[in-house]
Design a protein around this ligand. Structure first.
Ligand code: AMP
Ligand code: TRP
Length: 334
């Protein structure tokens, strides 16, 4: 493959909350897979974490820790640009310009805003409402083609296409319209304690998520206490949402089809199945946890890598911004 046929990909993750297996199988795994064939930009979106009440010291800690988690998962700064959103101020500048192109009505339709504002639409911060505009700026700034994300981000990617398209029509061809790259399996991992809700970093129920850096005994405990369905067959089916979720996690962690697992556990009960799943997850996550611990022992190295990433990202971002400012009609500074 020649250089100029490489597509550019961009994705982001919020720093707050430890990454979990939903983030990993839904997104991060594909970030890692994409860095060989594509020109990849991966961003720790700290400004997005200001859209709900936050603790400044915790934000600082979590941003660095998220860098270490991503490196531990296999994001390779030799092949990808890994950086912190606030280190490239162009994200905020473009977000403002795009907020003047986006429409109230289209933002109001965003399901994530409705969920996160929990009906308190008058008292939540304005940033929670304009969150998807900043997200649009993140991707459009790099003129990325592909956005590897989980299913919950599909609507946000559709919106950034609409905003980019409107800018292009109003002011001239500027942005690439990005596509959501959503995996066939793993795009929506559900909570262990409630298969009707997605596994989420912001859930305040520790037993609902397996974090990538959970110690083995914690993983075993969480998997064993995961809810199951009525009946006793280990089988994926619409009336077995909990077991179906555990089967897809197992299939992703071991890299085998669900059908093979149904066959393997055809004579087992839920207890044996969950014990085997815990074992597979412990094995799969052990190297990530180990590498994370090494990186956190010397956080200076992670911080240096993030600084290098920000420099590389800024160079691309500045090119786009020069074009955007000109098209927008902002007077160039002499
Ligand atoms: P967040 O945790 O919201 O910062 O999400 C980071 C990335 O993980 C996004 O691409 C999400 O779509 C993805 N993601 C989050 N939760 C899940 C989940 N339960 N299943 C699959 N993907 C997820
Ligand atoms: N909103 C995304 C999430 O909650 C995070 C995000 C911010 C993002 N900017 C992005 C994802 C740009 C993809 C591309 O998961």
């Amino acid at each position: 493959m020649t250089l100029n046929t490489r597509k550019r990909v961009f994705s982001g993750i919020q720093p707050t909350g430890e990454a979990h297996i939903g983030n990993f199988f839904g997104a991060i795994r594909n970030w890692v897979a994409n860095q060989d064939e594509h020109e990849a930009f991966y961003c720790i979106v700290d400004l997005h974490s200001l859209t709900l009440p936050w603790d400044p010291a915790e934000l600082t800690r979590a941003t660095l820790a998220k860098g270490a988690e991503l490196l531990a998962c296999g994001v390779d700064p030799g092949r990808s640009v890994l950086f912190v959103q606030s280190h490239v101020p162009a994200h905020s500048e473009l977000a403002w310009i795009l907020s003047c192109v986006a429409r109230m009505g289209e933002l109001r339709r965003m399901v994530q805003f409705k969920e996160k504002s929990k009906g308190e639409t008058e008292s939540v911060g304005v940033g929670l409402f304009t969150y998807p505009v900043l997200q649009a700026a993140d991707v459009l700034l790099y003129r990325a083609h592909g956005v590897p994300v989980g299913e919950d981000q599909r609507q946000h990617i559709e919106l950034m296409r609409d905003i980019g398209q409107r800018f292009n029509t109003l002011l001239g061809e500027t942005f690439v319209l990005p596509e959501a790259w959503i995996p066939a399996a793993g795009a929506r991992i559900m909570a262990l304690d409630d298969p009707t809700q997605k596994m989420s970093k912001s859930a305040d129920r520790p037993a609902s998520v397996v974090q990538l850096v959970d110690p083995p005994d914690v993983i075993v405990k969480k998997v064993k206490s995961a809810v199951t369905d009525s009946g006793r067959e280990v089988r994926a089916a619409d009336d077995k949402p909990a077991v179906s979720n555990l089967l897809s996690i197992f299939a992703l962690a071991e890299g085998v089809p669900v059908a093979e697992l149904e066959e393997r556990f055809s004579t087992s009960g839920y207890g044996d199945f969950k014990a085997a799943l815990a074992e597979v997850l412990v094995q799969r996550l052990a190297p990530i946890r180990e590498r994370y611990r090494e990186l956190m022992a010397d956080p200076g190295e992670t911080q240096r890598l993030l600084a290098t990433g920000a420099e590389a990202a800024s160079a691309i971002a500045e090119e786009t911004m020069a074009d955007v400012r000109a098209k927008t009609g902002l007077l160039p500074r002499l």
